[in-house]
Design a protein around this ligand. Structure first.
Ligand code: PLP
Length: 361
């Protein structure tokens, strides 16, 4: 089976990677394999005091919402437990049942959410060919047909991931072109920002610049240093009312919401989000620099992932010491992912193992 996926294929070698009673192997498998940042844990402990109202009526949630408004401008943030829920609920805020979502064929939405958008929203996803993970106007345009035809699910939302599942980043100009085109053609735009801080760092822009023209954002927290927690950020006003009901129906309204709020405040009230992202991206670039003469790097390294071809015997050897996923078993394309807690020493040792395994010491 081809493991072309943005998700961690947990069933495969996760147990071998992390045996319960042994020191864990260093992992370049995913930023989900890192723990949480110490400042986030400290914020959780601070929030663990006294009684407070539940279901988002507490001061921690309200403070985090205010923090996100400072970062993103006028918006309504809704906290949820995970990224799949953030994506599904983001779309739910924009879609009617007969409408469809245009997304990349390898988007997390399309291949790694077990059909959750279709199951929960009852909508149709329309997969579109990608170019290193990105969508372009010409391919989207081909799908904009049969408007008003009752036999055809009506395209309503364009969903893009930033960074993409292949670790590439849309430039601000590319984003402006896509959002302008979408809006001109009556589409709303969803951004899957499970790793948005990494894209902001890569583009050296602000959070507000990167979401300009976006209608709803799934904002990741987990991959940037939280224990758990993501947010749906509504950037357009007319979707608000239904989202609060949808979130409850989708079982994503946390009673002790203060613990998600406290984490988001810790991440976004200062520059922790940026520091964590900058480090993860720098570690991916460091890795690329150290191995690019011995393996073929297959995608531009613009965020925190390096994709490369690693012949099978070399793959086996490196995996004796480090954990990572095979992205495509037919082509031997692998994905190496860094996180906020990947150290320079980790990268150097990993690169040395790759060089040794490919016979290029
Ligand atoms: C592009 C992308 N979107 C969303 C998610 C969120 O998924 P989860 O439901 O596992 O938090 C992920 C997780 O790997 C992802 O890579």
């Amino acid at each position: 089976m081809v493991a072309a996926s943005g998700q961690d294929p947990a069933s495969r070698a996760e147990c071998a990677c992390m045996p319960p009673n042994h020191a864990p192997m260093k992992s370049f498998g995913s930023d989900n394999h890192a723990g949480a940042h110490a400042d986030v844990i400290a914020a959780l402990l601070q929030a663990n005091t006294g009684h407070t109202p539940a279901y988002g009526q507490d001061p921690w949630t309200e403070q985090a919402q205010a923090t996100l408004r400072r970062c993103f401008g006028d918006c309504d943030p809704y906290f949820v437990f995970n990224g799949t829920a953030a994506n599904v609920l983001s779309l739910g805020a924009l879609l009617a049942r007969h409408e469809s979502v245009l997304c990349s064929e390898l988007s997390h939405l399309n291949v790694d959410e077990c059909g959750a958008p279709e199951r929960v929203l009852g909508c149709k996803l329309v997969p579109i060919a990608h170019h290193d993970g990105k969508l372009v106007v010409e391919d989207i345009e081909k799908q904009l047909v049969r408007g008003g035809d009752q036999h055809f699910a009506q395209p309503r939302v364009l969903s893009i991931a930033q960074p993409t599942e292949l670790g590439t980043v849309y430039s601000l100009a590319e984003l402006r072109e896509l959002t302008a085109f979408a809006h001109a053609r009556g589409l709303l735009v969803h951004m899957d920002g499970a790793r948005l801080p990494n894209a902001v760092v890569s583009l050296d822009c602000t959070l507000q610049e990167i979401v300009q023209g976006i209608d709803v954002l799934s904002l990741g927290g987990t991959k940037n240093g939280l224990v758990f927690g993501e947010a749906v950020i509504l950037l357009r006003k007319d979707a608000h009312e239904q989202l609060k009901y949808l979130r409850k129906q989708a079982m994503q309204l946390a009673s002790k919401s203060r613990f998600i709020g406290a984490q988001f405040h810790a991440l976004f009230s200062g520059d922790l989000w940026r520091k964590n992202a900058a480090h993860a991206v720098a570690m991916a670039k460091r890795l690329e620099q150290q191995v690019k003469d011995v393996v073929t790097v297959t995608r531009p390294v613009q965020a925190n992932a390096v994709f490369a071809i690693l012949p099978h015997p070399a793959m086996q050897r490196v995996r004796e010491q480090f954990f990572f996923y095979v992205w495509d078993e037919h082509t031997n394309e692998v994905r190496w992912m860094t996180s906020f807690d990947t150290s320079e020493q980790d990268v150097d040792a990993f690169a040395a193992a790759i060089r040794a395994a490919t016979g290029s010491v």
